[in-house]
Design a protein around this ligand. Structure first.
Ligand code: IMP
Ligand code: MG
Length: 181
C-alpha cells in the first residue's frame, strides 16, 4: 500500500470507473463535435490527466491547448482571486472551444475562464469537468459535461492535489480532514 493511501478516508472512483466514464464522454463529444475540429483547453495542472485520457477517447480531429490560473494557493477553500499564469497560444476566434477542468467547487474559477475566453470570440464554448460539487456552487456556472457529481469533501488523485501532492494517485479519493485541518 502506498504511503499516500494513509491520508485517504475513502476511495470515490477507482481506475476502471474513471476510464469507463471518460470513454463515454469522449464518445459523446466525438459525435457532437464531428467536423468541428474542437480546441480542448486544459486548465493546468489538475485537468492534465483528464485531458490525456479524454483526448484519447475521442475519435475526431481536434487540437489542444493549455491555460493556467491561480485560485487556491495551498489551502482547501477558493480565494475568489483569479489570475492568469499561462495564457493559451491558439487563436480561438471562430473556433469551437471545450474547456477541460478538473473540478468545479464554488464555480468562480471556471466562470472567470469562460468569460475570459468569450472575449476571444470563439464560435462556441462548452465546459467539460471531471468532478462537480453542485452544493458548493456560489454562482450559476455553465457546466456542460460532467464526469461525476461529488459532495463537499476534498477530493484528491487523478490530477487533483492538496498542496501539490497526490496528483499521481491513479484513482480519486477523499482526503482525511485531519490532513488539512
Ligand atoms: P472554484 O473556483 O471554487 O470552483 O475552485 C476550482 C478549483 O479549486 C479547481 O480547479 C481545483 O483546482 C480546486 N479545488 C476545488 N475543490 C477541490 C477538491 O475537492 N480537490 C482538489 N482541488 C479542488
Ligand atoms: Mg483547477
Amino acid at each position: 500500500m502506498s504511503e499516500m493511501n494513509q491520508d485517504l478516508s475513502a476511495i470515490l472512483f477507482d481506475e476502471n470507473t474513471i476510464r469507463n466514464r471518460i470513454f463515454d464522454i469522449g464518445a459523446q463529444l466525438s459525435i457532437e463535435y464531428k467536423d468541428k475540429c474542437p480546441v480542448l483547453i486544459c486548465i493546468l495542472k489538475g485537468a492534465s490527466l483528464f485531458l490525456c485520457d479524454l483526448m484519447r477517447a475521442m475519435t475526431i480531429p481536434l487540437e489542444i491547448d493549455f491555460m493556467s490560473i491561480s485560485s487556491y494557493g495551498s489551502g482547501t477553500k477558493s480565494t475568489g482571486v483569479v489570475q492568469i499564469r499561462k495564457d493559451i497560444d491558439t487563436d480561438i476566434h471562430g473556433r469551437h472551444v471545450i474547456i477541460v477542468e478538473d473540478i468545479v467547487d464554488s464555480g468562480l474559477s471556471l466562470n472567470y475562464i469562460i468569460d475570459y475566453l468569450k472575449n476571444h470570440n470563439p464560435a462556441s464554448i462548452k465546459t467539460c469537468v471531471l468532478l462537480n460539487k453542485p452544493e458548493a456552487h456560489k454562482i450559476d456556472v455553465q457546466v456542460d459535461y460532467v464526469g461525476f457529481d461529488v459532495g463537499n469533501e476534498f477530493a484528491i488523485g487523478y490530477g487533483l492535489d492538496y498542496a501539490e501532492k497526490y496528483r499521481n494517485l491513479p484513482f480519486i479519493g477523499i482526503l482525511k480532514e485531519e490532513v488539512y485541518s
